[in-house]
Design a protein around this ligand. Structure first.
Ligand SMILES: [Zn+2]
Length: 258
């Protein structure tokens, strides 16, 4: 099973002792996750990367800033939220994304790790995760490593003036650019880099993926599922539950390879 994987970076260098981050791609299939549904595509995907005794811990997403820290996978059962952290190496924390940004977290001090789902509504969840580990373990800013994973880049992410103003006000003016009329483009990466800089996370501990989930192609084919791209031809007023049948959700996770 092919999926995307990479390192955390510390001081600009890959951290070999840390867990790895991973993300499924378009051809992996739909990784949709709901507590009251089964998804055999997702089950097969994870069974191919989960060695024995490893358990997935995943909340059902609600576009919030709610983060859980768990020591066993059972603790997340039936929970809804957008972030999951653990320091148990036998757990694989996971979320789903389809244009929203997966933010992978590793804290060198406590060895806690995890992943956050950060869309426009949830922007700021990265701060929640930081303060959670900072408070619990006393981890300092330079203990933290963050990877901002593949997401819809500003090339494809147009927003209206109200949302542009909200972002410029809360996450710095650099994350929005004027296009024309009521149209602006949004960079979720710049918004999160603004927050990480404000907290004081060193640049060398942050890695940003530049691949746009909406338009990036590899060997002539789209690499990722994308809410924007795959629902752009559908009627605007189609309910979200209907739209969800038409786009491919990725799973984003952090794991130890042993
Ligand atoms: Zn793009």
């Amino acid at each position: 099973m092919s999926f995307l994987t990479g390192n955390f970076f510390y001081n600009g260098k890959p951290l070999s002792s840390a867990p790895l981050w991973g993300m499924s791609v378009l051809e992996s299939g739909n990784m949709r996750f709901r507590w009251n549904e089964t998804n055999s595509v997702r089950d097969n995907f994870f069974s191919s990367i989960c060695a024995e005794k490893r358990k997935i811990a995943q909340p059902e997403l609600i576009h919030s800033k709610t983060v859980y820290e768990v020591s066993s996978a059972d603790e997340i059962f039936k929970k809804k939220g957008d972030g999951i952290l653990t320091s148990n190496k036998f757990i694989i924390p996971a979320v789903t994304v389809a244009d929203c940004m997966p933010i992978f977290v590793y804290d060198k001090n406590s060895n806690a790790f995890g992943v956050l789902h950060s869309g426009w509504k949830g922007t700021g969840i990265v701060k929640e995760a930081f303060f959670m580990l900072n408070k619990k373990y006393g981890s300092n800013t330079d203990d933290f490593c963050f990877v901002l994973g593949p997401h819809i880049n500003s090339c494809c992410y147009s927003i209206d003036k109200d949302r542009a103003e909200y972002f410029a006000e809360n996450f710095g003016s650099e994350c929005v650019s004027f296009i024309d009329g009521n149209k602006y483009s949004l960079s979720l990466a710049d918004a999160n880099l603004f927050l990480l800089k404000k907290i004081g996370i060193p640049d060398g501990n942050v890695f940003v993926s530049k691949e746009c989930t909406c338009c990036f192609k590899e060997n002539g084919a789209f690499k990722y599922g994308s809410f924007r791209r795959q629902t752009s031809s559908l009627p605007q007023d189609l309910p979200l539950e209907e739209k969800q049948k038409h786009f491919t959700v990725q799973t984003a996770f952090v794991f130890y390879s042993f």
